[in-house]
Design a protein around this ligand. Structure first.
Ligand code: SAM
Length: 284
């Protein structure tokens, strides 16, 4: 197996630091440094960027990001067992790698990063969608990051890149594509990981748009889309009943049919409806 640095092979790292994978932490490791280098390259030229990596584990992707020339990597890992393994990577790349032993859902990373920032991660499946939604729905746009290059279960990747009218079209695709250009850049079979997960995986690259595709208040969009897809097979007039008074009239004023179902509505349609109802929504 090719090496990209003078550090030991990842199997040896796992053995030395006793990193037997834990299912509860979504630990499916990538041990092929050719593969991790390929993923790192999908994030583009990192030499002028800080990179945020969630869940470095034994450090395969971390090493690839550093070997590809990242200006700095901030690696946030929940499992304290991984910290000694990552210390060896720190020693090989002095001043380039900051490791924080924390739960990524609890940590404010902003004070540890200098822009421009790109996020690259083989995410733990149990928190991947939650992290993505948080990154896509910040208080202000543009967000702290320029792009997200993320490994997901294939089914989640399909939802992010879905087209209106398809079975996978929903909240995730709308939130992602409204404010980012989204592409699946790589598919991986279970055997690419140690241990192999039950499902196939895919890497999605999301590049933020400076301005969203269509104008709409993000808070209204989030609530509207969540409610509409809560009952995706229902007609809009019943799925959104009582969302605001006179909802059916607002649906028509936005150029949509009250008998349409959420899965048929594209981003332009949802933004039109969000603009239409915004003045009629209560704060909060
Ligand atoms: N990046 C490594 C690789 O590609 O081989 C490991 C990826 S593994 C799928 C997910 C990693 O995320 C594990 O190392 C796990 O310990 C870590 N993790 C799980 N939950 C986390 C959380 N809430 N915050 C930070 N790291 C977490």
């Amino acid at each position: 197996m090719a090496t990209i640095d003078n550090l030991p092979p990842l199997r040896q790292v796992i053995e030395t630091h006793e990193l037997a994978p834990k299912k509860s932490l979504g630990q499916n490791f990538l041990l092929d440094l050719n593969l991790t280098s390929k993923i790192a390259r999908f994030a583009g030229d990192l030499s002028q960027c800080d990179v945020l990596e969630i869940g470095p584990g034994p450090g395969g992707l971390t090493r690839a990001l550093l070997s590809e020339g990242a200006r700095k990597v901030l690696a946030v890992e929940k499992d304290p067992r991984c910290i000694s393994a990552l210390a060896e990577v720190q020693a090989a790349y002095p001043g380039k790698l900051e490791v924080i032993n924390a739960d990524a859902l609890e940590l404010d990373v902003s004070q540890h990063l200098t822009g421009p920032v790109r996020v690259v991660a083989n995410l733990p499946y149990n928190v991947g969608t939650e992290l993505l939604v948080r990154w896509l729905t910040p208080e202000n746009w543009p967000p702290f990051w320029e792009s997200l290059t993320l490994m997901f279960q294939k089914e989640v990747a399909q939802r992010i890149t879905a087209q209106p009218g398809s079975k996978t079209w929903g909240r995730l695709g709308i939130l992602a594509q409204w404010r980012c250009e989204c592409h699946t850049v790589m598919s991986l079979p279970p055997e690419a990981f140690t241990p192999p997960p039950k499902v196939h995986s895919a890497v999605v690259h999301l590049k933020r748009r400076d301005t969203p595709l269509y104008d709409a208040d993000p808070k209204v969009m989030n609530r509207l889309v969540a409610q509409a897809f809560n009952q995706r097979r229902k007609m809009l007039r019943s799925a959104l009943k009582n969302f605001v008074p006179d909802m059916e009239a607002h649906i028509e004023a936005a150029g949509l049919k009250p008998t349409d179902r959420a899965e048929q509505i594209d981003i332009e349609g949802f933004c039109a409806l969000a603009r239409q109802i915004a003045p009629h929504m209560r704060q909060g």
